[in-house]
Design a protein around this ligand. Structure first.
Ligand code: APR
Length: 238
């Protein structure tokens, strides 16, 4: 009787790069979102106070792009891992491609673009479906709805939960993020020393501690399915 080995905890930390091959823009680098917009104009509480219509339109356009996008091979490969590992996805992305691919445990650090939030009670959120948010759209308390996004300068409510999850990781995958944004980028240092750490990114960020990380300099759709195949094979050899 083979001993029932406990399933390893596998944490996947993702950024905009995993959705790039689904046609969604990343933020930095050529053609990135922050090339066409100033963060100060569309992604801060000050921007919202100054010109809420501009902010709403920025997110309405991105939301339509998310609805038109499909999960890619990398999103789908991460779902396959759930057959042999306890998988937790921690994403900086506000799209729903991990969920639509079938991942069952997804924690969004920077919010979810398909939801609106009350500007009076932040816990009041509403799924938008096919709707945009317009000026005059209000929550049940009568306050203007805003995108359910963590803007620059705002607290990251899910950070403690994310750090707790990462602290339990046996394997930590970091896919498609520049690691440019604090405090999300600090998670790569929150893994236990024993954890195996693997980075998938065609341009491995400077912040990556290369002495303790395996680096796969490939796109998500090239690198993640290959990596997942090897991780699944490893569980059949136990
Ligand atoms: N596959 C994998 N990685 C890719 C691909 C791809 N096809 N294309 C680009 N990348 C990598 C880039 O090399 C880069 O390291 O994805 C990363 C994208 O970096 P950013 O655009 O900075 O996105 P991200 O790291 O998710 O940004 C973090 O910044 O603006 C805020 O809130 C926003 O959540 C976002 C945060």
């Amino acid at each position: 009787m083979r001993p029932q080995l406990s399933r390893k905890n596998l944490v996947v930390f993702t950024g905009a790069g995993i959705s790039a091959e689904s046609g969604l823009q990343t933020f930095r680098g050529d053609g990135g979102l922050w090339e066409g917009h100033r963060v100060e104009d569309v992604a801060t509480p000050e921007a919202w106070a100054k010109d809420p219509a501009l902010v709403l339109e920025f997110y309405n356009v991105r939301r339509r792009n998310v609805r038109a996008a499909q999960p890619n091979a990398a999103h789908r490969a991460l779902v396959d891992l759930e057959s042999a590992y306890d998988v937790r996805i921690i994403t900086q992305n506000v799209d729903d491609l991990h969920e639509r691919a079938g991942s069952t445990h997804v924690l969004h650090l920077h919010g979810e673009i398909l939801y609106a939030r009350s500007t009076r009670e932040s816990s009041h959120t509403a799924y938008l479906g096919d709707h945009d948010i317009a000026l005059g759209d209000t929550c049940p308390l009568g306050s203007q709805l805003r995108p359910h996004i963590v803007w620059f300068g705002e607290q990251v409510p899910a950070l403690d939960e994310a750090a707790r999850i990462v602290s339990q990781a046996d394997i930590f995958l970091c896919v498609g993020t520049s690691l440019e944004v604090y405090p999300a980028n600090s998670l790569i240092f929150a893994t236990p020393r024993r954890a195996r750490r693997i980075v998938v990114n065609p341009e491995v960020p400077d912040l990556v501690p290369r002495d303790v990380c395996e680096c796969i300099a490939k796109t998500a759709c090239e690198g993640v399915p290959e990596l997942v195949a090897s991780l699944l094979l490893a569980t059949t050899k136990l």
